[in-house]
Design a protein. Structure first.
Lengths: 313, 85
């Protein structure tokens, strides 16, 4: 999401100087807009997504659920997923009609915990329909596209190219894995995270915040957790302000039970990683399905005591 | 003949059909963008109709085709329902 009210809007169309004919403007327009994106804070970008006038709606073909590419006035594009288009229940425990809220919840976890890699995602109305609206990342590759590019360039088989990319981006893959555990993502695959400027950009989190069927791209049990991931977990565990903000914003869109579970996962993952520097393989069976029998360091946030755990979880 | 189209969203909001899966004699034939064809063959897709979330591959025929739209729904990459020609 780009541009602020104070910035001069870029011209939405350009002309071929030799023929005077209008030529397709979108790519250049979006690329120029993308160049100023990093000047904006997450809150500014969320505000733009929430409030800018939608000047074009492009219904997208395909997908089990409806999705629409929307263009915002003086800005870039966003992927809008209306609640009314969520027709199919894809996971037990995750009702259709709640995917758009989970998209926003996954973004909030990324933002407040400091993962900072999910594109800004808000809930808004477009054409009297409520849904999630997520910044469209221009000029990004799907991960599978990057794998094939490497496969072609280095004459590797697809699987070898995939492993090569893991070796080149190991820290980012482990970060994605930890994040997917925290949001309990049941739907990570090579076509729902992007690569932009050699960084992983996770998308499509409508099937997160469940409690069974964790689905990550790589499993990284026993792998040393990178210092930057340990650092963000530690900082979040020490910041009651960020914990409170995350809890408050999650409770606006999800039932308390799901929010409490998310905090319990954060607590467990943080404690294990701070203690061991990795998540040992023997913890896997307590992570999927998530073991809620142990008290969480965040129980106080939810006024829970041991007698409440059975009912709220 | 049953078929599924898979669309990639381009900069500017237009979609481009990058892959077509056709059911021929109970086997799925995949034509189109090489990177995507390879990922379908190697990574497979999730079977959302099964609680276990097991993987499906082109050899699984119609079941594979039916699950494509449940797997590819991000907006960046969308698969159609199973269509009939």
């Amino acid at each position: 999401m780009l541009g602020t009210p104070s910035m001069e809007p870029l011209k939405p169309t350009i002309c071929d100087s030799s023929s005077g004919k209008k030529i397709k403007p979108d790519q250049e327009f979006l690329s120029e807009k993308a160049a100023v994106k990093e000047q904006l804070s997450a809150e500014e970008m969320e505000k733009i997504l929430e409030t800018r006038e939608v000047i074009k709606e492009m219904a997208l073909d395909g997908g089990a659920n409806k999705s629409v590419c929307i263009r915002l006035k003086d800005d870039g594009d966003a992927i809008f997923k209306p609640k009314s288009g969520e027709k199919i229940k894809l996971r037990s425990g995750i009702e259709a009609g709640s995917y758009f809220q989970r998209e926003r919840a996954a973004y909030l976890v990324s933002k407040y915990m400091g993962f900072d890699f999910v594109p800004p995602t808000v809930i808004r109305e477009v054409g009297n329909e409520i849904g999630s609206s997520q910044e469209f990342i221009a000029d990004a590759q799907l991960y599978t596209e990057r794998v094939k590019q490497i496969s072609f360039a280095l004459d590797f088989d697809y699987d070898v190219a995939d492993e090569y990319l893991y070796s080149q981006m190991e820290g980012q893959f482990i970060k994605l894995w930890v994040y997917d555990i925290v949001i309990f993502n049941s739907d990570r695959h090579g076509n729902n995270f992007l690569i932009k400027d050699n960084k992983i950009v996770p998308i499509d989190h409508g099937l997160s915040m469940g409690d069974s069927g964790l689905k990550t791209y790589y499993s990284c049990y026993d792998e040393p957790i990178p210092a930057d991931v340990q650092d963000l977990l530690e900082k979040f565990s020490e910041s009651t302000e960020r914990q409170s903000q995350l809890k408050q914003e999650l409770l606006e869109i999800l039932p308390e039970e799901l929010v409490a579970k998310c905090f319990a996962r954060i607590d467990k993952v943080t404690r294990i990683i701070m203690d061991k520097g990795c998540i040992p393989a023997e913890e896997e069976e307590k992570i999927d399905p998530f073991d809620i029998s142990e008290p969480s360091g965040f129980d106080e946030l939810f006024d829970l005591d041991s007698s409440d755990r059975g009912s709220i979880y | 003949m049953k078929y599924v189209k898979i669309y990639r969203l381009q900069n500017g909001g237009e979609q481009k059909a990058i892959v077509e899966c056709k059911l021929i004699d109970n086997e799925v034939s995949i034509d189109g963008d090489a990177s995507f064809v390879e990922s379908l063959k190697h990574e497979g897709i999730i079977d959302y109709s099964a609680e276990t979330g097991k993987k499906l591959f082109p050899a699984d025929g119609l079941k594979f085709m039916e699950q494509l739209q449940n797997n590819f729904k991000s907006g960046y990459l969308n698969a159609s329902a199973v269509l009939e020609e």
